[in-house]
Write a protein that binds this ligand. Structure first.
Ligand SMILES: [Zn+2]
Length: 75
């Protein structure tokens, strides 16, 4: 059964690598978003983004409405 255990170990290792990669990628993207200046206008609908939201969400590019739709996968 040694071979099977090895395979399992390797699969698990690979899975952890993929997860770590995805986490690093997400972190990198979040940091890049933050370093971007907040947009004055929503990049989706072109509406103004309230100053409060721009301060609260560094690097924000969309209004609350569009952000919600983006998160729900509607856009
Ligand atoms: Zn919008």
């Amino acid at each position: 059964m040694a071979a099977v255990t090895d395979l399992w170990d390797r699969a698990t290792e690979r899975e952890e690598e993929i997860r770590a990669d995805a986490l690093a990628e997400a972190r990198y993207r979040r940091e890049r978003e933050r370093s971007r200046p907040s947009a004055v206008e929503c990049r989706v609908c072109g509406g103004r983004i309230p100053v409060k939201r721009r301060r609260a969400v560094p690097g924000v590019q969309t209004c609350v409405h569009c952000q919600e739709e983006l998160e729900e996968g509607l856009l």
